[in-house]
Ligand binder design. Structure first.
Ligand code: MIG
Length: 799
């Protein structure tokens, strides 16, 4: 392993002076007299790619991370040559490139310096492997903060830290442990109220140093490949994140049931145990939509087989579970057991689909089934074969989702926990060793799985969840944060990890609620579920080594708390679904760390705990035992305590009381929160009313509600319902305007509008300019109205 630092190495080489340049379409190439070429490509006004070679020519340009549809050309840019530098301009930024050494600096159009090379691009030749160790260093401003990078188990602000990206099976990882399961070489810098982003699209092992090695220097480097990175202009963090997410791609909508609650354990078997668990959920009235089968459902851990002693008739069981509203999700690992009587192995062998060592033999490694071979998912033909393997599981048996594990890839009983580095990969026609393919392996497996599940579940929508991922994996799959531990510290970690994944383009993520390893106390489990219901993916999972982790494994109070919070999630399903819609449409993260929400407020820069769920709900978990409340920062603006409806002004740190069955939750004043009735599973109930909770504010606010058939693809043909509400509050008046789009007819016919915090007594209501009769007796502070869903303006006034 190469562990030398980016900066202090004697053998560093640097570009020398520019001798020529060419401008072709949206790209400009600068050639130096020592064979370095810097190719600058303007993808958009606010997105610039910098690509270096030291060989005098570029190798084939190929990336798994980039969403190809985002690579369209560009039409406004100018290049000018000055005495000592070149200047490239778009309509948002300008970039200066020094003739002497290719060092560059980027400014906004007010000449404000956003980012500047320190040493800039440099490299070290790696004779052992061939190729270079490629490095970049940038100057960092005083007070600069850094965010992003995926699943790192450390503080939100990465200032002062060094991180490593190498997908690793890290059982029971600890705070600050590096590296973890996922690789997202993307960060956001923030200084002087300006955010920008860097995406270093290089799948080799990479490192990032945020002013740890030297106080005012940020660097990143890789053990191979190209110095190939994208600069993303802000100035708002939202601009950076949405542009990055566009570049690396957005998912499709999951079916709505996937946003419900999931129950998992290693492992539920036999069939009678599975049914005992699902029945108990219904009996205790804790909503639940999905039940998981971990590796023990298989026959000797052979993927795509069943243990017939435990599950004599899987199709019948899956159908019976479905009747009770449960969707069955099963695990599938990459290791294929070496067993000449096993059809998947035989096919893989006959067709030559397994990864090979450099000298020819198949790569062999031990995982759950014993000695295995591993499909090369970087080969499109192998992905196609893999997708086809899901036919029986999905079409015949009726499984609704697939869980991909161990795809870092993880190998047992070897010191590096993964493949030997000489293993060969197709890399979609760019053959390479495992050094290059390692970090992308899990994503390509999840991609193949996604195509398989999608093919056979069609016309319904697929569900896939993965443990390992590289940037762009969000196009195919959701993810979880791996093998965490049932400790309070891990609850803290989970909170940050899921927020961080959210601003790293991969927001459809959750943690194993309660902790995977070890056993939580009832209190810890309750606090974890209280956070988990506000995560995009919400699943309890545990290793099962230390006891049970169903809500009823704890005392009755914990069961009640679980019911209360999971029910709240089910009420908030239309809100969650709308968050998801904003993510797939605009790349907007579903969870927003406080710094994302209000980067101009320096109070937010080092906050870890509080976050915005969607656009209008502020959540702050309780992360300590025996708490009766906590201190937290309420961001600027006006809020209501969700539990007490008390008004709170933000921009300050406050103590918030919080009983055991609550955590601090606030709703932004002026917003409308849509709610469904509590259902035990998605689609259980028919209801004729959409609840809309309105929280009074003097001033304006916007709220949206996205709905559709909750599954299938009709939404892509315009069959969705999109409600945009504009609320205007005045001293003695509230106006709610509603604008509707889409061709989907929601099954309910009315809205029940709840009003919170009205500062006046309502005397008159008009709907679309007609007087509306109502019972005014006690319509003060909190009251409600039931109105036909076809209104466009509601006008309430009083005295
Ligand atoms: O070596 O399938 O992270 O969620 O329950 C352990 C058994 C393999 C690791 C996963 C975990 C899963 C477990 N797996």
């Amino acid at each position: 392993m190469i562990t030398n630092t980016a900066l202090e190495y004697k053998g560093n080489l640097f570009p020398s002076k520019v001798v020529s340049y060419e401008h072709e379409g949206d790209s400009i190439s600068f050639n130096t007299d020592n064979n370095v070429i810097l190719k600058v490509t303007i993808l958009r006004d606010s997105l610039i790619r910098f690509r270096f070679t030291t060989k005098g020519y570029f190798s084939n340009d190929f990336s798994y991370a980039i969403d190809k549809s985002q690579l369209h050309g560009y039409n406004f840019l100018t290049v000018t040559e000055e005495e000592n530098h070149f200047e490239i301009r778009t309509s948002k930024v300008k970039c200066k490139i020094k003739k002497a050494d290719l060092r560059l600096s980027i400014y906004d159009l007010n000449d404000f310096l956003i980012l500047e090379d320190e040493l800039g691009f440099h490299w070290e030749e790696s004779y052992e492997y061939g190729g270079n160790i490629v490095k970049m260093s940038k100057s960092s401003k005083d007070g600069e903060c850094f965010y992003g990078l995926g699943d790192k188990a450390t503080q939100m602000n990465l200032k002062g830290k060094r991180v490593e990206n190498f997908a690793t099976d890290q059982y029971a990882y600890q705070k600050d442990q590096e590296p973890l399961y996922k690789v997202v070489p993307f960060y956001i810098g923030l200084h002087n109220k300006q955010s920008y982003g860097i995406f270093f699209d290089n799948t080799f092992r990479t490192f990032f140093d945020f002013c740890q090695e030297r106080r005012n220097v940020t660097s990143f480097w890789s053990e191979g490949g190209e110095m190939n990175y994208y600069f993303v202009y802000g100035p708002q963090m939202q601009d950076v994140v949405t542009t990055y997410t566009d570049l690396t791609g957005k998912p499709e909508l999951p079916p709505l049931w996937v946003l419900g609650y999931h129950q998992c354990k290693w492992s539920y078997y036999p069939e009678s145990k599975v049914k005992e668990i699902t029945s108990k959920f219904r009996e205790l009235k804790i909503p639940c939509d999905a039940i998981y089968l971990d590796i023990d459902y298989m026959d000797g851990f052979r993927c795509f087989t069943w243990n017939k002693d435990y599950f004599p008739d899987p199709k019948k069981m899956v159908a019976e579970l479905a009747e009770d509203g449960f969707k069955t999700v099963v695990i599938i690992d990459p290791g294929i057991k070496i067993d000449k009587d096993y059809w998947v192995y035989k096919e893989g062998l006959e067709k030559d689909y397994f990864c090979k060592r450099a000298d020819g033999p198949y790569m062999k490694g031990k995982v759950w089934p014993g000695e295995c071979n591993f499909p090369d998912y970087t080969n499109p033909v192998v992905r196609e074969w893999w997708a086809g393997l899901f036919k029986e599981l999905i079409s015949d048996i009726g499984v609704k989702g697939v869980w991909n594990d161990m795809n870092e890839p993880a190998v047992m009983e070897v010191p590096n926990k993964t493949f030997p580095m000489d293993v060969r990969h197709s890399y979609d026609g760019n053959p390479c060793s495992h050094r290059k393919a390692h970090n992308i392996y899990g994503t390509q497996m999840a991609r193949a799985t996604y195509h398989g599940v999608k093919r056979f579940v069609y016309p319904k929508r697929p569900f896939v969840i993965t443990r390992s991922a590289y940037s762009g994996a969000q196009r195919y799959t959701s993810s979880w944060t791996g093998d965490n531990v049932a400790t309070w510290e891990h609850l803290w970690i989970a909170n940050i990890q899921v927020q961080r994944m959210s601003i790293s383009g991969m927001g459809f993520t959750g943690s194993d609620i309660g902790g995977f390893a070890e056993q939580p106390t009832g209190e810890l489990y309750a606090r974890w579920i209280q956070l988990g219901v506000f995560h995009p993916f919400c699943r309890t999972h545990s290793s099962g080594d230390h006891g049970n982790q169903e809500p009823w494994a704890f005392d009755e109070e914990v069961v009640d708390i679980t019911r209360k919070f999971v029910s709240l999630r089910y009420q908030l399903l239309p809100y969650l679904y709308t968050m998801f819609w904003q993510y797939i449409e605009e790349g907007i993260p579903m969870l927003k760390p406080l710094v994302y929400y209000d980067q101009d407020d320096t109070q937010t820069h080092y906050r870890n705990d509080e976050f915005i769920f969607g656009n209008h709900i502020l959540v702050c978990p309780i992360l300590e035992p025996n708490a009766v409340g906590r201190r937290m920062y309420i961001p600027r603006g006006e809020w209501y305590n969700y539990w007490t409806n008390e008004f709170a002004t933000g921009g300050r740190e406050v103590w918030v009381d919080s009983k055991f069955d609550e955590i601090p939750v606030f709703v932004k004043a002026g917003s409308i929160i849509p709610k469904y009735p509590v259902q035990q599973y998605v689609g259980e109930l028919e209801f004729d009313e959409l609840v809309l909770d309105y929280y009074f504010k003097i001033g304006k606010e916007k709220s949206e509600v996205y709905e559709d058939a909750q599954d299938g693809y009709d939404y892509k043909k315009g069959r969705f319902s999109f409600l945009s509400f504009r609320t205007i509050g005045k001293e003695k008046e509230v106006i709610i305007q509603l604008h509707k789009e889409g061709k989907y007819e929601t099954p309910y016919s009315k809205y029940k509008i709840n009003f919170f915090g009205l500062p006046f007594k309502v005397t008159e209501i008009e709907i679309d300019n007609e007087k509306f009769e109502f019972n005014s007796a006690d319509f003060e502070m909190n009251g409600f109205l039931i109105v036909d869903k076809e209104f466009s303006e509601l006008h309430i006034s009083g005295e």
